[in-house]
Each structure stands twice: as structure tokens, then as C-alpha cells.
Design a binder for this molecule. Structure first.
Ligand code: OGA
Ligand code: NI
Length: 344
């Protein structure tokens, strides 16, 4: 056994097989500056159906904005644990610093800093369906690095523009109007996460992030040049590493787009492997609607032959359920979209 805390050790079936590095296939790279809109829409539709994941280049987010974020994130994580814990997330506030996520008592080999795209926003106080009370979520900002807050907010605003553009392209590729879902993102619960994966003494036993799907509508991920993200290939079920492409963003379909598209596009499983040598940084932007939104398959996509596969669910209640303060102590499964599936 490796010399890591046993709580990080994945059960045998989930351990990464680090010896198979023959790369057979790659997720598509899409150039967003493509001048023919129809071509762009059909490439995106194809990538969403076949992979649920793709990379984008010429996406409009200035490279200076991305590099500043990387520098500030590095400076933040380099501080002592004591300093970082001054902005620690707790039961009252889910935003800020935390050093491990637990799934069924297994920990992820990483530390993170979370912040909301809207500096304050509201969510239901509890997951109970009849409790209509709301509470305010707000960001916690560290004193150091000195330009951390403005750098992070600038980044969020830039990536948000890209997220709206992708939302429009996703909608068009499904045959819907481009602005169909635009208003759902008023009072959005979108969040940016700074991930730091330190080198790990036993990367064969642990994972940076265990297998999961994103519950967002879509995710826009920046990664550095180390690599480690793996995507489950839909057709075969094997794990495909996503090769770092300088300056590109990785885009994936989240659970909400899966429901809106009535399963035409699927939210695909992914995970992160770690390595003994190098630390890795990544920054996902999770694009989430406002708490009031009811998520259900688009009316335009359902008919008698293709009935709705999901019952409507509320974004805020879903969020509150995921963030239940008793969650880490529970053995039961986190709430998932398949709990809203209409079984036939
Ligand atoms: C996540 C995630 C991937 C990465 O934080 O949800 O999938 O490469 N991260 O860090
Ligand atoms: Ni993810």
C-alpha cells in the first residue's frame, strides 16, 4: 500500500490503470471563429452527441485574463494552510477554500477555492419542497493575493460571455431558438472553482476527482499543460485522456442540458488522475441557471413518439439538496438527475 492516508484510497474497481497510455482517439477541437454558422452548429451538435466533451479555440477570452488567474490562483494555494483556512467554507457558506471533497468516505486528492459569478445570490434555505424561505449566498475573498478578487471577477465575466455563446450554439444545434434558455440565467448560480492537485505519492490508488458528472447546464474548463482529465468514451466505456491544448477551453455537457435535450445530449462521466511529480491546476466554470428555474425537456423536442424522459425539477431545490449540511456524514447517494427520470 502507498504512504497516503487511507481515506484517499479508491476501491479496486475505481483505481486508474496508469499503464495504458496508448491514445487512440481524441475529443474534437472546434474553432469558434469559423465563419459559417451552420458548420459551427453542426460540429457542436455532433461533438455533443458523440462525446459530450470538446475543446474550443479562438473562443474570445483574452489570454492575459486567463494567465492572470493562473498566477493569482498559484499564489493563493502557495500560502500556509492556516492562511487559506481564513476563507474556509463552512456550513453557513459553501463558498471559499476547502481541502477535500468526499464521496462515500473517499477523498479527492486536491484543494479548491470556489466563488460565485454573481457576488451574492439567493438559494432556497432547505431542500424541503414546501419550505419557500430563501437564503443569501455570498463570496469570501482572501486578503492575499492583493488583486485576487478583481482578477477572479474579471475572469468570470469573460468566461460568462463564452458560456452564453455556447448556450446559444447548443440550443441552435438542438433545433431550438438561440435565445431559448438565455433568461434562465438571470440570478444565475454559476460558480468558478480553482482546483489545485498536489503531486501524489500513490497515483495508482487515489484520484484527483473521482468519476462524476457535472450538474451544471454546461462547464467551461481551463487546464494547464500537465494533463490528468479523463473522459469516459460513450461508445466503448473506456477512459480517454484529454490532451492539454494551449489556450483552449474544454467544454462539457452538464446534467441540465441533458434534461433540456431529453437525452439527445448526455452529461458524460469524467475523472482526474494525479501524478507523483507535478502539481496541476484547473479552473472549471459551472454555468448554472437561477434558483427559480424548473428544468424539464424542451417542449419542442417532445411528442408522442418521443415523450419527455424527465419530470420537472427545481434548480434551487436541487442545489440545496446537494449542499445539505449533513451530506458528508451520510452514506446515501447524492441527488442525481436520474431521480427525476420517467421510467417506461
Ligand atoms: C470538476 C472537474 C476536471 C479537471 O471539478 O468537476 O471535473 O480537470 N475537474 O480538474
Ligand atoms: Ni467535473
Amino acid at each position: 500500500m502507498g504512504d497516503i492516508d487511507p481515506s484517499f484510497i479508491q476501491s479496486t474497481e475505481h483505481r486508474p490503470n496508469l499503464s495504458t497510455f496508448i491514445q487512440v482517439d481524441e475529443i474534437p477541437i472546434i474553432d469558434l471563429s469559423e465563419s459559417k454558422q451552420e458548420n459551427l452548429i453542426s460540429k457542436i451538435g455532433k461533438a455533443c452527441e458523440e462525446w459530450g466533451f470538446f475543446q474550443v479555440i479562438n473562443h474570445g477570452v483574452p489570454s492575459e485574463v486567463s494567465s492572470k488567474v493562473e498566477i493569482e490562483a498559484k499564489k493563493f494555494f502557495e500560502q500556509s494552510l492556516e492562511e487559506k483556512k481564513k476563507v474556509k467554507r463552512d456550513e453557513a457558506n459553501a463558498m471559499g477554500y476547502h481541502d477535500a471533497e468526499h464521496t462515500k468516505n473517499i477523498r479527492d486528492w486536491k484543494e479548491v477555492f470556489d466563488y460565485l459569478v454573481e457576488n451574492t445570490t439567493q438559494v432556497p434555505s432547505s431542500h424541503e419542497p414546501h419550505d419557500l424561505e430563501l437564503r443569501t449566498l455570498s463570496n469570501q475573498w482572501p486578503q492575499y493575493p492583493h488583486h485576487f478578487r478583481e482578477t477572479m471577477q474579471e475572469y468570470a465575466r469573460e468566461v460568462e460571455k463564452l458560456a452564453y455563446k455556447l448556450l446559444e450554439l447548443f440550443s441552435l444545434s438542438l433545433g431550438l431558438t438561440g435565445d431559448k434558455y438565455h433568461d434562465c440565467f438571470k440570478n444565475q448560480l454559476s460558480m468558478v472553482r480553482l482546483n489545485h492537485y498536489p503531486p501524489c505519492p500513490s497515483p495508482d490508488l487515489a484520484l484527483g476527482v473521482g468519476r462524476h458528472k457535472d450538474s451544471s447546464a454546461l462547464t467551461v474548463l481551463a487546464q494547464d499543460d500537465i494533463g490528468g482529465l479523463q473522459v469516459k468514451r460513450k461508445s466503448v466505456g473506456d477512459w480517454i485522456p484529454v490532451k492539454p491544448t494551449p489556450g483552449a477551453f474544454i467544454i462539457n455537457v452538464g446534467d441540465i442540458v441533458q434534461v433540456w435535450s431529453n437525452d439527445k445530449y448526455e452529461s458524460v462521466e469524467h475523472r482526474v488522475v494525479v501524478n507523483t511529480e507535478k502539481e496541476r491546476f484547473s479552473i472549471p466554470f459551472f454555468f448554472f441557471p437561477g434558483h427559480h428555474v424548473m428544468v424539464k425537456p424542451a417542449d419542442e423536442l417532445v411528442n408522442e413518439q418521443n415523450p419527455a424522459k424527465y419530470k420537472p425539477y427545481n434548480v434551487g431545490k436541487f442545489y440545496a439538496n446537494r449542499n445539505r449540511s449533513d451530506f458528508n456524514k451520510r452514506e446515501v447517494e447524492n441527488i442525481q438527475i436520474h431521480h427525476f427520470k420517467i421510467l417506461d
